[in-house]
Design a protein around this ligand. Structure first.
Ligand SMILES: Nc1nc2c(ncn2[C@@H]2O[C@H](COP(=O)(O)OP(=O)(O)OP(=O)(O)O)[C@@H](O)[C@H]2O)c(=O)[nH]1
Ligand SMILES: [Mg+2]
Length: 427
């Protein structure tokens, strides 16, 4: 894939303001968009906000304002205008005509751009390409060559007409089908790997991008996941063993972060990376406690969890970066608002013990240890036990094979039933 970067490109940001939105919220949203733009390699030169109650069908904002913004960008010699909202295919088309040499991009395009730049592994690259093509497909028009330049990613073709577009559409659809197939294969491989680890309790770090998930992963497990003061530094899933104490270990996973208005095509295509979250027994929701938008971030994380079907999982809130909160009253305020949360500093390795203790408590609540026994002849059933739970001890007695097992209560109960039913059948 073409790794187009917007290096040295100077950008103007545009945010739409709806009635009832606080001024600070608007600014915080644009701060985030600026961070996204900078992560993608652009230099943010200016910001424009525009009151909007409804979306204009041609230019998203009113025509007059749209023309004004384009003029302003040209006068400042900027190369790119970035909208904080997703533009429809027809908005993009209209801006291509209006803005001519100045590129017009939306938030989704920008996020996809960062993902394309940061994808390193085959899995991430496949997922990002799929998301990008799904985004591109409805946006193909007669202005294809312009659009291609604007959206990047697929080889340049001069003078493309309608026929060419049809050909391109078909090529893209074929490619989408192929990528989906590849991802299915990756899913299957992951499923077999997952089976081998079934006995262990699984904890997943989830949260807003840049909250410090990877830093926490490294602090807890001594691994070396890359951490950066950038958005979406992590796009892959890493799983490591975390020893809570000499008797208990869990599997801890770190993966891609979430963001407000995360493009739906990305959520859909990152299914295999997010599998670890879906299969976890416990989620640690990591938040940057020092960020003024922390409430919004939590809300977003919950929305994405709902979207992927993981909302009902057991959760612990982890308020990270407490070292950055200098005002004692502010910290106290947060602590009383988020009573259940564990406050830590992953970077300074502060208060990590209380966190591992909370994880341990959850395991104790939901896991149990029991001894079950199977008739000697039930070899297939006995083998299946090893797949489902942790076997702490095995002894061969006259009346059968005794297994001391440990696992989630529901699974342990199921194994016990299997043993009982098996013995009845044998008799
Ligand atoms: N001051 C302070 N900075 C932290 C803390 N934890 C993480 N950071 C910094 O925050 C930035 C982001 O950290 P990461 O661990 O990469 O965050 P992430 O949640 O994995 O982010 P993505 O993978 O990009 O979604 C880095 O510059 C870290 O050094 C902390 O407790 N205190
Ligand atoms: Mg990370």
């Amino acid at each position: 894939m073409n790794q187009e970067k917007h290096l040295q490109e100077r950008a103007l940001l545009v945010g739409a303001v709806h009635s009832g939105m606080m001024k600070e919220t608007v600014e915080e949203h644009l701060d985030e968009l600026a961070l996204l733009a900078e992560t993608a390699g652009a230099e943010v030169v200016g910001r424009v906000t525009q009151k909007r109650e409804r979306i204009d069908s041609r230019y998203f904002i009113g025509k007059g304002k749209a023309e004004e913004i384009v003029q302003q960008a040209k006068a400042l010699d900027l190369q790119i205008i970035i909208f904080d909202d997703e533009l429809s295919p027809s908005h993009v088309r209209n801006y291509l005509k209006l803005a001519e040499t100045v590129k017009v991009m939306d938030r989704t395009g920008l996020i996809l751009d960062i993902f394309r730049q940061h994808a390193k592994t085959k899995e991430a690259k496949t997922q990002v390409e799929l998301a990008h093509l799904l985004y591109l497909l409805p946006r193909l028009t007669r202005l294809w060559t312009h659009l291609e330049r604007q959206m990047g990613g697929i080889g340049t073709r001069a003078g493309a007409g309608e026929t060419q577009i049809e050909v391109d559409r078909r090529l893209i659809r074929d490619r989408i089908a192929k990528l989906k197939k590849e991802l299915k294969k990756i899913d299957r491989e992951r499923a077999t790997q997952g089976k081998r680890r079934k006995g262990l309790f699984r904890v997943a770090l989830v949260g807003y991008t840049n909250a410090g998930k990877s830093t926490l992963m490294n602090a807890l497990t001594g691994s070396d996941v890359v951490t950066l003061d950038q958005l979406f530094a992590t796009l892959d899933t890493t799983v490591r063993t975390l020893e809570l104490n000499s008797h208990h270990k869990v599997l801890l996973s770190d993966s891609v972060g979430f963001i407000r208005k995360l493009p739906h095509t990305l959520v859909a295509s990152f299914k295999s990376t997010l599998m670890e979250v879906l299969e976890a027994d416990l989620l640690l929701i990591v938040l940057d406690a020092s960020n003024p938008s922390v409430d919004d971030h939590l809300q977003t994380v919950r929305e994405v969890l709902t979207d992927i079907g993981a909302r009902k999982k057991r959760q612990i809130l982890v308020m990270n970066k407490v070292d950055l909160i200098e005002d004692g009253r502010e910290l106290q305020g947060l602590k009383s608002r988020f009573e259940e949360a564990v406050f830590v500093s992953a970077l300074n390795r502060l208060r990590l013990d209380p966190l591992t203790e909370v994880i341990y408590d959850v395991i104790e609540e939901s896991f149990c240890t029991r001894t079950v026994f199977f008739d000697h002849t039930l070899t297939k059933e006995i083998a299946s036990v090893y797949d489902d739970v942790e076997v702490l001890d095995t002894s061969y007695e006259e009346d059968g094979v005794h297994l001391k097992i440990r696992g989630e209560s529901a699974v342990v109960n199921r194994v016990e039933k299997l043993a009982r039913r098996g013995r009845e059948v044998v008799r």
